[in-house]
Design a protein around this ligand. Structure first.
Ligand code: R5P
Length: 284
């Protein structure tokens, strides 16, 4: 096996290579003066099972992935497994208004076309997997987030909405504590309304877990609500930390700790999903 990674997932590619004891290919990635990408794989991939790792966010990283897939396919490889740690455009997974594309499908078709197998991590909605015209599987970063939380000993794990409840359940199962979810209503791109649920937050150490933190609006609303109910500590964790528009600072104002994984490297990245990818690759 040989591992190829794009510039969005270089560190994760290195960590994964160590986990599976495989070579991390030497890849040159540059930009032409007009901004277009140039990629070149310096190792010979003939006869190899290739694992290509690249998040498709922001847009330029998606283009890099398509170029790397094409470069990999120029060799006589055995198999190409494309791992997309953060799958951009996953939240536009249906047509909300007439005339719109199903963006997640558009991206999946392109990614799937060149791959023998695709692995995503905490994709926004598992139903997106049907859009890949190849074998596709979603794995979760939540077990690694749970391991990170073991030493902080949260007493309740909270999902900010029903959609994230499976994730909260997974984390709570590993930590062996209670879990619940909140009722969330989105008002606009940045604001959400959170309604209290039956769980009592008073005196609790709460970890809120979600797939994505973008503007931070969801977690901030949830944290404020739980704080009002008397929560003692509030930790926030997500697989994919997009942290747009100063979200990290805003979150630090309401949470005792913010943590994310290396699907998107940022200042809150303290957890690696490399072990989870390795488990899946070694299993398949
Ligand atoms: C939505 O369903 C997702 O699971 C996240 O809750 C959402 O994307 C977070 O976005 P934001 O941080 O902008 O509230």
């Amino acid at each position: 096996m040989i591992v190829v990674s794009g510039s969005a997932s270089k560190k994760l590619g290195e960590s994964f290579s160590k986990e599976v004891n495989a070579k991390h290919a030497n890849v040159v990635i540059k930009r032409f003066p007009d901004g277009e990408a140039y990629v070149r794989i310096m190792d010979n991939l003939d006869g190899e099972n290739v694992v290509l790792i690249q998040s498709t966010y922001p847009d330029q990283n998606a283009i890099e992935l398509f170029l790397l897939q094409d470069a990999v396919k120029e060799f006589k490889i055995k198999k190409l497994t494309t791992v997309i740690p953060y799958f951009g455009y996953s939240r536009q997974d249906k047509k909300f208004n007439e005339g719109e594309p199903i963006s997640a499908r558009a991206m999946a078709k392109h990614v799937g076309m060149m791959s023998d197998e695709v692995i995503t991590i905490d994709i926004h909605d598992k139903s997106i997997l049907r859009f890949f015209d190849t074998k596709a599987k979603d794995i979760s970063g939540m077990p690694q987030i749970a391991k990170y939380f073991l030493k902080l000993k949260p007493t309740v794990i909270i999902a900010p909405d029903d959609g994230a409840s499976e994730r909260a359940k997974t984390v709570a199962g590993i930590i062996k504590c209670r879990w619940d979810y909140l009722e969330k209503k989105r008002i606009d791109g940045e604001h959400v309304e959170i309604t209290p649920k039956s769980v009592s937050a008073k005196g609790e150490k709460i970890a809120i877990v979600d797939d994505i933190i973008a503007t931070g609006g969801t977690i901030i609303a949830a944290a404020k609500q739980l704080r009002q109910q008397g929560a003692e500590k509030i930790f926030a964790a997500c697989t994919h930390g997009l942290f747009t528009g100063g979200a990290t600072e805003k979150l630090k104002g309401v949470c005792d700790l913010v943590v994310s994984t290396d699907t998107i490297e940022n200042s809150t990245t303290n957890v690696s999903v490399a072990k989870e990818i390795a488990k899946e690759i070694l299993r398949s």
